[in-house]
Design a protein around this ligand. Structure first.
Ligand SMILES: [Zn+2]
Length: 386
């Protein structure tokens, strides 16, 4: 299980193991962010003992996650050897949307080396075949790189034990078969998870949120899903389906939802809702959510109003999450973060319009629209630390 490193079971040895993993994660993140960097500098920036840092670095060198590079120049004494993330190794990240898949080759630190987007065919029978052929093509175009594995984000909830989808109202193909089919086709380890869960894990893995605080990632795209990091681990719930706030009914008279319900949060606050609001106001459609954002940024009144309606609906859902889970922060992932200067304050104001015991901070994911791909990298890297 990709998230077991976060489960604290009270057993002393397990707790020590987790402490070691946290330190290793900390050091790897420092190397990723500050490379080239010496061991002495790592000890200074991490606050860990020099001997602890050396031990962790030896492990990272053995696993070939990092390599020793140039030698530093200092006036006197032993010259330090600088450390870098191993540029020869990589991860293939797949971010699957209902209508397309984004593929990225990244280094082990999640830096994107190359990127591709492939439309998925309308016939559900052909979707997995298209994903397999584009995956193999991407791997073939990087013959010099050794891949750690393939991380896959899914727009649905997936039970890894039963290898089937439990809840994926926005897709009509057998999402649960994907892991085994990609493994067979590539021979590489594959880790799949719901996109919101992966993004919550990524926030912790890449060190943007310290693991001591509770956080909720809200992924706003064609639908809405939440990944919940609480009490030091990812909260999955029975059968792995926790976090489906997107299907809580907020408007009993609202439009039909892919889940069979009516007026679910995602029907009033997702990208699809934003596009629908625009069509209703402007009496004409807009081709994509990105186009809607560009119109709003250009001052188009209908586009701005459509985004405002979407943000108010988002804020109402954030209020529900704040009361239910009391996270210290809510991190938003998705295209709406490209318009955060317009959207962020509106979402937060709407959340705060209702009574709150504690108000979490709301922020956009640090990598903006690359956050989803980064989180697929986190799935693989986290699974390698077990
Ligand atoms: Zn629904």
């Amino acid at each position: 299980m990709p998230t077991s490193r976060f489960i604290l079971n009270g057993n002393g040895s397990a707790t020590n193991r987790i402490a070691r993993q946290i330190n290793r994660n900390l050091i790897f993140n420092q190397i990723r962010a500050k490379q080239p960097i010496s061991r002495a500098e790592l000890a200074r920036t991490s606050g860990l003992q020099r001997s602890t840092v050396s031990l962790i670095v030896e492990g990272l060198l053995t696993d070939r996650w990092v390599v020793e590079g140039s030698t530093g120049e200092i006036p006197r004494g032993r010259k330090p050897t600088f450390l870098n993330v191993n540029g020869q190794r990589g991860v293939l990240a797949l971010d699957i949307h209902p209508a397309n898949v984004m593929l990225a080759v990244t280094d082990l630190g999640g830096k994107i080396i190359s990127l591709d987007s492939v439309e998925l065919p309308p016939d559900p029978q052909n979707v997995i075949g298209t994903i397999l052929s584009s995956t193999k093509k991407m791997l073939r175009s990087h013959p010099d790189r050794t891949f750690e594995g393939i991380g896959i984000n899914l727009p649905g909830r997936f039970d890894p034990h039963l290898a089937k989808s439990i809840f994926a109202p926005n897709v009509d193909w057998p999402i649960g078969q994907l892991k085994a089919r990609v493994e067979r086709a590539t021979g590489l380890p594959v880790v799949v998870d719901n996109v919101a869960n992966a993004c919550a894990l990524s926030e912790v893995w890449f060190g943007y949120s310290d693991r001591m605080h509770d956080l909720v990632v809200v992924n706003v795209s064609e639908g809405i899903g939440a990944g919940i990091f609480a009490n030091g681990h990812l909260l999955r719930g029975d059968a792995g389906v926790a976090g489906e706030f997107g299907h809580v009914q907020l408007d009993p008279n609202g439009v039909r939802c892919g889940c069979g319900g009516r007026g679910c949060w995602e029907t009033i606050a997702s990208n699809r809702a934003g596009l629908r609001y625009y069509s209703e106001i402007a009496k004409k459609p807009v081709p994509s959510f990105d186009a809607l954002i560009q119109l709003a940024k250009g001052g188009d009144a209908a586009a701005k109003q459509a985004l405002t309606m979407m943000c108010k609906a988002l804020g109402r859902g954030m209020h529900m999450i704040a009361l239910a889970l009391a996270p210290s922060e809510i991190v938003v992932v998705g295209d709406i973060t490209n318009a955060w200067d317009l959207a962020g304050a509106e979402i937060e104001a709407e959340m705060r319009r209702f009574a709150l015991v504690r108000a979490p901070s709301i922020r956009a994911a640090r990598e903006g629209n690359q956050a989803r791909l980064r989180s697929a990298v986190a799935l693989i890297m986290n699974s390698k630390t077990l």
